[in-house]
Design a protein around this ligand. Sequence first.
Ligand code: SAM
Length: 276
Amino acid sequence: MQIIGLSQQDFRLFQSFINRKTGIFFDERKKYFLESRISARMEEYNLQSPREYWQMINQDSEELSVFIETITIPETYFFRDYPQLKMFAEDILPLVCEAKRKVHRKSLRIWSAGCSTGEEPYTLAIILLEMIEDFHTWMIDIIGTDINTRSLKRCREAVYGPRSLKDVPVEYRKKYFISFDTHYAIKPEVKKIVRFDYLNLTDRRKMQLMRGFDFIFCRNVLIYFDFENSKRVISYFYDALNKGGYIFLGSSESISRLSAAFKLVRFKNGLAYMKE
Ligand SMILES: C[S@@+](CC[C@H](N)C(=O)[O-])C[C@H]1O[C@@H](n2cnc3c(N)ncnc32)[C@H](O)[C@@H]1O
């Protein structure tokens, strides 16, 4: 495939279009990445100039969806950022469950926002199954959402290669996966706990419908966004959380830079942000 270079003007055109549609910001260092993705799509349609493709994604929502699939980074794996999950499992989850037991409200709602191919929400389901003794007496709702429709399809298939399982403890691998050939399928008892939906985090109207969550995980998503969109999405998350609920970002992302609304709480295994 021939990589078509973008003029500075065309680069800006794509940059602001993508930013407006998704919140993702491509700076100059990502220009080549963008050029390679646009060139591949242009080749598919035999287009001569990037402008023609730009017009196409402006008019054709299906092609826009395909384009978004090619520019989002789906990197993920089970039990990613183990120390943070340990804090969630051992320090925070028991605390929240205890508080709920006291008021006889045994329900938990968890949102994995930007869940990619599903490893994160399935990891959370496994943690809940492991940590909550009377799991089957609770109402559990785990939802994974993403903007990438191809990834969402993979979430629903729930079949993974060995790379995705590299950090899964051996006992969990045996307990929660069925291995066949070189792949692993999530067992039905885990699969049935998690549901998936398409959701663009910058879609204000849809984000306002997301309410009543005890935990939101949005890890390694906002690193690709510009500051303003990140701030906006964090404020949507604030509204979506219950009082006493927690938000988790990726290890290289900082909530304090984006919002002063959350309370920093210190636990044995680390720091977390809570809605007071
Ligand atoms: C690097 S993955 C992170 C997956 C997982 N949270 C983890 O930490 O392993 C980033 C995900 O964010 C999704 N994403 C990017 N922009 C988005 C948006 N505007 N709305 C929803 N999801 C988005 C991408 O499609 C991708 O699946």
